[in-house]
Design a protein around this ligand. Structure first.
Ligand code: AMP
Ligand code: TRP
Length: 351
């Protein structure tokens, strides 16, 4: 039997090239390698932890499905499904909650990052009255304002993975801590109730963490759209964004993450879209400046994204057919999840 591979993407708006180079492109390569039994899903339950408009959610889910298939995922080779269609994900999350230490979740970086916004606001609001109070009260206020789903997010993610006995999880490195928790929970459950789960491991690409175009110190992220290059951006927008991307001092095109973080980030994009080694690209631009490098990079990205964008347009017109195939994926995932849930329930003595 082939090792099982699972990954998901949240439908929270448009996908950017960080999602593509850190995850989606790899999904396609892993699928096509034929070495794995692949499951890819839309993490719609996870996406409810952020502010959203219910009127837009379904379109966002459909958009991730279209992006999956337009980038080369194939319902004949992989099981493609929607998380909320498989209620066992939430069911297992509850069971895993009961063996998850509060402290493990409390120290998760993503949780801290996402609550930081609330934290800063509360910090400002309470500033005037803070004299003499410990900062703990502000922290506590933050915790009270944050939804519990955001806190519990990694446990749901662990159930997404453990439910399918996945050995591999292709993700960007921002998910490493969550993967670690999934391993911890698998071990804990196994030692308490008997061997039930496999300990999963992350698979990273050469671009496990793409940085923002406007600030190479910050990860490219949907929460900062000004630094993102989106997969659906038109050629003109792509050209403009790359032209405007910040560069480092000097003018030598050289990979040096410490001294030249912005150019190094762009070199990673060039290499991934252009299929060339970084050292090769450095040679090509020896003696040339940033300007020439950037304008050629823009054309490479445009060329790399055009087939994806065209395919997505066609697929959008065939949405009914696409959703039928996803329906098959949902049924397949459900069958597997149901069987695993029975095993889990037996282990803990519920049945
Ligand atoms: P999300 O949109 O948060 O569901 O992320 C989908 C996938 O893209 C996950 O595997 C992330 O780790 C990955 N990802 C998100 N941002 C980046 C980035 N800036 N660089 C590399 N991978 C990323
Ligand atoms: N947390 C992931 C992200 O934001 C999305 C996700 C949810 C996921 N469940 C998963 C990724 C299971 C891999 C496996 O990127």
């Amino acid at each position: 039997m082939k090792p099982i591979l699972v990954s998901g993407i949240q439908p929270t708006g448009k996908l950017h090239i960080g999602n593509y180079l850190g995850a989606l492109k790899n999904f396609v390569e892993l699928q096509n390698s034929g070495k794995y039994e692949c499951f890819f899903f839309v993490a719609d339950l996870h996406s409810l932890t952020e502010d959203f408009d219910p009127k837009e959610k379904k379109a966002q889910i459909d958009d991730v499905i279209l992006s999956f298939i337009a980038s080369g995922l194939d319902t004949k080779k992989s099981t493609i499904f929607v998380q909320s269609e498989i209620s066992e994900h939430s069911e297992l999350a509850w069971i895993l909650n009961t063996i998850t230490p509060f402290g493990e979740l409390y120290r998760m970086t993503q949780f801290k990052d996402k609550t930081q916004v609330v934290f800063n606001r509360l910090d400002r609001e309470t500033e005037g009255q803070r004299n003499g109070r410990s900062s703990m009260s502000v922290e506590l206020a933050t915790d009270l304002a944050t939804n519990v789903g955001l806190f519990d997010y990694p446990v749901l993610m662990a159930s997404d993975i453990l439910l399918y006995d996945a050995k591999f999880v292709p993700v960007g490195n921002d998910q490493d801590q969550h993967l670690e928790l999934a391993r911890t929970l698998a071990r804990k459950f196994n030692s308490k109730f008997g061997k039930t789960f496999i300990e999963p491991q992350a698979l990273h690409t050469e671009v496990p963490r793409l940085m923002s175009l406007d600030d190479p110190e910050k990860k490219m992220s949907k929460s900062r759209p000004e630094g993102c290059l989106f997969l659906d951006d038109t050629p003109d927008v792509i050209r403009k964004k790359i032209k405007r991307a910040v560069t480092d001092s000097g003018n030598e095109v050289k990979f040096d993450e410490k001294e030249k973080p912005a150019i190094s980030n762009l070199l990673l994009v060039y290499s991934a879209f252009g299929g060339k080694k970084i050292s090769e690209i450095e040679k090509m631009y020896a003696g040339k400046g940033y300007g020439e490098f950037k304008s050629e990079l823009a054309e490479i990205v445009v060329k790399g994204l055009t087939p994806f964008q065209e395919k997505k347009k066609v697929l959008r017109r065939e949405m009914e057919e696409v959703m039928k195939e996803v329906g098959d994926g949902n049924r397949n995932a459900k069958t597997i999840a149901l069987k695993k849930m029975l095993e889990i329930k037996k282990r803990i003595g519920l049945i």
